[in-house]
Write a protein that binds this ligand. Structure first.
Ligand SMILES: NC(=O)CC(=O)C(=O)O
Length: 299
């Protein structure tokens, strides 16, 4: 049993499946703020927003809406709202313009503590480039650059790993987080009406059961007028791979009680953590070190 888990404590998690994401960023921010306050008023301790919550999701939109984090209206709103509502916020993602003059744009998550300070920044590592003939062709790499570190956030409830959408398809990220002592992986995401029914829930349950951690994925609500049809179905999964809470495609907030005792119980009953054969296949979590802030980066 990881000693880190011994210091974890229960909390109420809220996923805001945000609707009404328009072309007006300031209207989107105001709506997101209102929904965070609703979640907080219903007792949430950690509130999660979806991928690309401040603007429409699409390769042509990323450059249009990209902001440097240091002057971002979205970061300002999230920081102020975390403080006002006295909650942790895992702030979905926003298009981020690099401040090094390279012009690079990232799909970036920022996380906040109840004091309003940023406690983690994650740039989507795996870009969503797929082509399913006749169904969906999407190439984030046309306008985005992939991130280069993994992010684990320290909260008063324990450590939480974060990823963004397509990152969920890469089991190494969740595996590393679990072995570094994270109690949960949380993914803001926006699967679509082709890949959503195929893989959205399956992937979350797989990441949870493989690693015996909680997994949550927070989607935007579906907008029939949008160019990208989000799947919705925000979901929270327990460490046995059990779905704790889910929903359909409309705007809503889902909640779940995250109790680390459930992790301890499943790891006692099915003790994978004592049975792994690193002598045969090695331990992927040993290949990454803490490099900067809350990020992990490979040499
Ligand atoms: N939008 C994504 O990043 C990922 C996705 O839709 C999928 O993997 O399917």
């Amino acid at each position: 049993m990881s000693s880190v888990l011994a210091t974890c404590s229960p909390f109420k998690l809220a996923l805001v499946q945000l609707g009404n994401v328009t072309h007006d960023m300031h209207a989107n921010l105001e709506h997101a703020r209102t929904m965070i306050l609703v979640a907080a008023s219903r007792g949430a301790d950690v509130v999660v927003l979806p991928e690309c919550f401040n603007s429409p999701y699409g390769t042509s939109y990323f450059p249009q809406y990209a902001e440097p984090l240091s002057t971002s209206a979205s970061v300002k709103m999230l920081s102020e709202t975390a403080k006002e509502a006295n909650v942790y916020i895992i702030g979905g993602s926003i298009p981020e313009l690099a401040e090094d003059g390279s012009g690079a744009i990232y799909n970036t998550l920022t996380a906040y503590n109840p004091g309003g300070s940023i406690i983690g920044t994650h740039r989507k590592v795996h870009l969503f480039d797929i082509d399913v003939p006749g169904k969906i062709c999407f190439k984030e790499s046309e306008t985005l650059t992939g991130g280069s570190w993994l992010t684990h956030i320290d909260t008063r409830y324990g450590k939480i790993g974060v990823g963004i959408c397509y990152d969920m398809r890469f089991p190494e990220m969740a595996m590393i987080a679990a072995r570094k002592g994270c109690m949960a992986m949380i993914y803001p995401g926006a699967f679509n009406t082709t890949t959503g029914p195929m893989h959205w829930e399956l992937l979350q349950r797989a990441r949870a059961v493989d690693n015996q951690i909680f997994v949550a994925a927070c989607s935007p609500a579906r907008d029939p007028d949008a160019s990208y049809q989000a799947w919705g179905h925000s979901t929270i999964v327990g460490p046995s791979g059990n779905v704790l809470q889910t929903c359909e495609e409309n705007e809503t907030i889902i909640y779940a009680h995250i109790d680390p005792e459930e992790i301890k119980t499943i790891r006692t009953n099915i003790p994978l953590y004592e049975q792994r054969r690193f002598d045969i296949y090695g331990d992927v979590s040993k290949t990454v070190d803490i490099k900067e802030g809350k990020g992990f980066k490979r040499e």
